[in-house]
Ligand binder design. Sequence first.
Ligand code: URA
Length: 245
Amino acid sequence: RPTGVKRAKSSILKNDPSKKPCTATANMVAKFTRLILLQSNAINSLHVMLRDKRSTHVQFKKYADRLMRILAEEALAACTVEFSIVWTPTGAEFSGLRPNSNICAVSIVRAGDALLEQVLMCEPAVSVGKILIQRDESTAEKLPIVYYAKLPPRMSAFERVLLLDPMLATGGSVMKAIQLLLDAGVAERDIIFANVLSCPQGLESVFQAYSQIRVVTTAIDPELNENKYIVPGLGDYGDRYYNTT
Ligand code: URA
C-alpha cells in the first residue's frame, strides 16, 4: 500500500462528508444564500484523487472528468426554469423541473474548456461562448486582461448563462468575465458560475461585486498561499489536466 494510504474503518466508510464541514466551508454556506455547495461521497472520493500530488496526468484527467460531469449536471439543473408534471408509463404522475436548453455556456479558456466539454456531453445543443483572460504580469497588481472574447449575438435572449472555470482563487478573472457578460446584456441574476474548487477570498470578492449571480461549487478550501494558489488545493488545474507541467 503506498505511503499515506490507510484502510478506512467501516465507520469512516459510512461517514457522510456533509456532516463535518470545515469552518471556512460552513461560514461561506451560511453567509451566501446564492452559493450552492455540492456534497456527496462520490464528490469527496473524486477530490481525494484530484488532490493527491502522486496522481498521474491520466488519473487526474479521468477523475476530473468524472467530477466535472457531476458538476455539469448540477449546474444545468440550476438553469431550470419550468416546473412540469408528466405521466409515467404506469399511469402515475411525476413532477419536477424540466431540463432547459435555452442557455449559453461560456468557458474561461483554458481550464474552463475541460468543464465546457462535460456540459456539452450533457446538453450538446447549447450555444457556446469563449473568453480568454490572463493576468498582466508587468503590473504590480497583476490585473486580469481580456485577450479574446467571442459570445453569441443577443446574449439577453438566453434564459440562463453558465460561466465555467474550475478554480476560483482571487476571483479576478471571473469578475472580469461577469462584467463582460453584463456588458453584453445578460441580467446578473441569470448568471450561474460553475466551478470545481473555490475559497473564501474569491467567494467574498465575487459576491460583494455581483450579489445576484449564483455559484455552484464542489468544495471550499480555507485559503490562498503567497502565489495565489488555493490551499490545500490541487495545484494548477489546467497544467495537470492538459499535461503541461
Ligand atoms: N488556478 C489553479 O489552477 N490553481 C489554483 O490553486 C488557483 C488558481
